[in-house]
Design a protein around this ligand. Sequence first.
Ligand SMILES: Nc1ncnc2c1ncn2[C@@H]1O[C@H](COP(=O)(O)OP(=O)(O)O)[C@@H](O)[C@H]1O
Ligand SMILES: [Mg+2]
Length: 375
Amino acid sequence: MKIFGLSGFLIDRFKELSWGYYLKNRALAISRAGWGTLLTALGTAGYYGAYVWIVLRAVNGQITLGDLTFLAGSFRQVRGSLEGILLQFSSLTQEAIYLQDLFDYFAIKPLIHSPKTVRAFPNPIREGFVFENVGFKYTNSERWALRNLSFTLQAGEKLALVGENGAGKTTLVKLLARLYDPAEGRILLDGYDLREYDLMELRRNIGVIFQDYTRFKMSAGVNIAVGDIDERTNQPRIETSAQRSLADTVIAKLAGGYDQQLGRSFGKGVELSGGEWQKVALGRAYMRDAQLIILDEPTAALDARAEYEVFQRFGKLTEGKSSVIISHRFSTVRMADRILVLENGTLLEIGSHYELLEKDGRYAELFGLQARVYQ
Ligand SMILES: Nc1ncnc2c1ncn2[C@@H]1O[C@H](COP(=O)(O)OP(=O)(O)O)[C@@H](O)[C@H]1O
Ligand SMILES: [Mg+2]
């Protein structure tokens, strides 16, 4: 705020918005007051009207003086209750505005669910994942985030995804985990459509650390345990995961160790740096015994040496498992068995580091660019 000198801009914006709110609120208050006055007037008129009526009847001798006293007392009580009821009504109509939001929210149905009869999930996965002409568009967007995408992620293979920001790397990962379903084509796992498997089982078998992983304002231990929340009391497992992701050195520096509250939202909470948070989040990938582990730029905030070490370990620890890594550092990418280069949502080239260098296409160009900078 200070460096960019934003206070004037933000204050003006606040004034503009709050003026709009004020106008809307005033209109609401006026209409509410109008209705309130009308209802009160009706109530008062009824009250005095009834009085006049019983007094007239008493004067005419239709009811006794005793009845009159009794009725007058009752009216006074009834009036109080009636006013109460009317007040309730007026506040009900106010709250109803918000209630509609709540019911609309509850009415939202998940678009992705398990089929009625599910296919047994392969353990181990034998063939792998096959993308067949996959296309996907986000609902609020006209653009295809992915289109005509066909490739195989073989069982036990380490695949790296490379591509510019917005190329569709994260979207591809989301389709693998069935956070979305393809709009065109299909994804097969061991020969059958992903949609034929139980959704929970699929997700249990896939461990993903997204680039915008969640920083839970909880203890360091819990922040790793969320990788497999049923194992949150399994301290040895949490500590092993922390060692594998290099989070153990971060946690060793915390006064409270694994019980240290993270984030500034609560008193005594300690804020970590971006790279330190990433090491903790990475630990989640090692918490679960997944068959496919996906790391979506989880090391972007790490220094070069830490990223190198993380991926060296990752390679060893996921031996025999399938994995997908997304990174902009070619020192990391080249460790993969094969590299898939995405551009504008389509597959540009796929192959091993050396095959792609030989091919002298986009990968070779990007690799050369980065290599030159570091020489
Ligand atoms: N939730 C979303 N809603 C609409 N469009 C999105 C959403 N997420 C990503 N996109 C768009 O889809 C394209 C691919 O995004 P993404 O897969 O995140 O790229 P990458 O991970 O390669 O940087 C981009 O054009 C992006 O703007
Ligand atoms: Mg991404």
